[in-house]
Design a protein around this ligand. Structure first.
Ligand code: 5AD
Ligand code: SF4
Ligand code: FES
Length: 347
């Protein structure tokens, strides 16, 4: 199979077989560059030059789960834990809105300290006071909880499938199953959320075949957003000694995602920006159209250590806001205006 032919086919049909995706993911050198280029053209054609910003508030780093790859895992005793109170979350969202963010993402570990009613109240207040879009990223919950969040006004929900390989999923996320996560995603869809999912690239034991399955799954789920980032080993986890994902493989997955899902929001992930100083820029030129700058204040940032070397931990919300605008303009792109809802929801 020829990379160029496969890219051309994807550019017109937005459909590929698993073998064709594997062919794209094997591209090297000039062929990989070509893939990025066509993904960039596809992004411009379907999504335009606007880069949508989502301000992310990391409101609790407590987590009841023990994912082998994640620094927030309950078993990590070396992490100082924090929880922001509902009022603090609202204040931070206000600061975010003042900085011009029209979407806030409320993210945490799976922390049962916040019951569904508490989260719903925070969502309701942010909606009422700021009238901005709200994304929740707080893990697997019951259908009833999701319904409460939706009724309170949450617009979007981010729940990455992490890996489409169900055996690997089980090993890496003890006590949980891929099937359950997919069930959560289907509830979220039914409830009318704009749904985000996604996966990590370069997990130990993950093959190119698995990555092709990740992309096919995202396409099948017809997600409104797909976050694809490199796995970065964290020393205080069981996978501390593993190799991480590469910039190149992450970009190839991202570019293939753009060709397969022309209308899906694709973020230039913070993880990619953390393993390569130009990572987010490279992503924005290979299909990505969203950035999620951190608006968590003060010292909390450094304690939200999912992986080591995370960018922006010493920066303030306003630093990131201006930095990211500079990056976007330097690429000849524009900062998106409005809430940046999924184009699939507008039509
Ligand atoms: N490297 C990169 N990404 C990670 N995540 C968790 N641990 C790591 C890691 N070590 C990602 C997961 C999760 C999100 C909050 O962070 O994809 O969904
Ligand atoms: Fe918790 Fe999510 Fe980290 Fe797993 S990936 S330990 S669920 S924060
Ligand atoms: Fe945080 Fe650049 S986005 S400093």
């Amino acid at each position: 199979m020829e990379v160029a032919n496969t890219v051309a086919k994807a550019e017109t049909s937005h459909k590929l077989s698993k073998d064709e995706i594997i062919c794209l993911l094997a591209a090297e050198g000039d062929r990989a560059e070509k893939l990025y280029q066509v993904a960039d053209i596809t992004r411009a054609k379907y999504m335009g030059d606007d880069v949508h910003l989502r301000g992310i508030i990391e409101f609790s780093n407590y987590c009841q789960r023990n994912c082998l790859y994640c620094g927030l895992r309950a078993g990590n005793q070396h992490l100082r834990r924090y929880r922001l109170k509902p009022d603090e979350i609202l204040q931070i969202a206000k600061q975010g809105a003042l900085l011009g963010y029209q979407t806030v993402v409320l993210q945490s570990g799976e922390d049962p300290w916040y019951d569904a009613a508490t989260i719903a109240r925070v969502v309701e207040k942010i909606k009422k006071e700021l009238n901005i879009a709200i994304t929740l990223s707080i893990g697997e919950k019951s259908r009833e909880d999701y319904r409460l969040f939706r009724e309170a006004g949450a617009d979007r929900y981010l729940l990455k499938h992490e890996t489409a390989n169900k055996e690997l999923f089980k090993v890496l996320r003890p006590g949980t199953e891929l099937e359950r996560r997919l069930e959560c995603l289907s509830w979220l869809k039914e409830l009318g959320f704009q749904v985000g999912s996604g996966n990590m690239v370069g997990l130990p034991g993950q093959t190119v075949d698995d990555l092709a399955e990740d992309l096919l799954l995202l396409k099948k789920l017809d997600v409104e957003m797909a976050g694809i980032g490199p796995f970065i080993p964290h020393p205080n986890t069981p996978l501390g000694g593993s190799k991480g994902g590469t910039v190149e493989m992450t970009l190839k997955c991202l570019a293939a995602a753009r060709l397969l899902m022309p209308l899906t929001h694709l973020p230039a992930t913070t993880a990619l920006g953390s393993i390569d100083q130009q990572g987010r820029q490279k992503a924005l030129r290979a299909g990505a159209n969203v950035v999620m700058p951190n608006i968590t204040p003060g010292d909390y940032r450094k304690y939200y250590e999912i992986y080591p070397g995370k960018i922006c931990v010493g920066d303030k919300p306003q630093d990131c806001r201006f930095c990211i605008e500079g990056i976007i303009l330097s690429l000849g792109r524009k900062v998106g205006t409005g809430p940046g809802h999924s184009p699939k929801f507008l039509s």
